[in-house]
Design a protein around this ligand. Structure first.
Ligand code: RB5
Length: 150
């Protein structure tokens, strides 16, 4: 599975740590930037390329980091086929995948420490969508909204 990651200046330090963590576990990672710390960068410029990577199937799961995780979550969800959520604990990190086919987690680089980030990231990466009928039905309703939106 290929993993995409992106962060603005608010998430830059945590991104560098998470990239090393997931590479150490053997994941193939595409880092969509920022590739250097720039206190003037804007989260949409970094998070949209990651979200498009998910949408096109270039990467299967994504990790989007800004200062709070809020901006990253808002912008990632504007891109078709992206199901992103701001995650602060491990239950939602795996249950979001199992029930809701969550494909992007958003983290707050100024909010969580690296050990909690590690647990959240691996809970997310190790989880699989269950495909149960009730979840498919709900996902179908979400997809219908996305398909019909003008
Ligand atoms: C950047 O200073 C900060 O506003 C941004 O990273 C993020 O927290 C937005 O949600």
């Amino acid at each position: 599975m290929k993993i995409g990651i992106a962060a603005d200046h608010g998430g830059f330090d945590l991104k560098q740590i998470v990239v090393e963590m997931i590479k150490a576990e053997g994941y193939d990672v595409i880092d969509y930037g920022a590739h250097e710390y720039d206190k003037y960068d804007d989260y949409p410029d970094l998070i949209i390329p990651l979200a498009e990577g998910i949408s096109k199937g270039e990467v299967q799961k994504g990790i989007a980091i800004c200062g709070s995780g809020v901006g990253a979550s808002i912008v990632a969800n504007k891109v078709k086929n992206v199901r992103a959520a701001l995650i602060t604990e491990t239950y939602s990190a795996h249950q979001g995948v199992e029930h809701d086919a969550l494909n992007v987690i958003c983290l707050g680089g100024r909010v969580i420490g690296q050990e909690l980030a590690r647990e959240i990231v691996f809970a997310f990466l190790n989880a699989e969508y269950t495909g149960e009928e009730r979840h498919d039905r709900r996902l179908g309703k979400v997809n219908q909204l996305e398909d019909n939106w003008n």
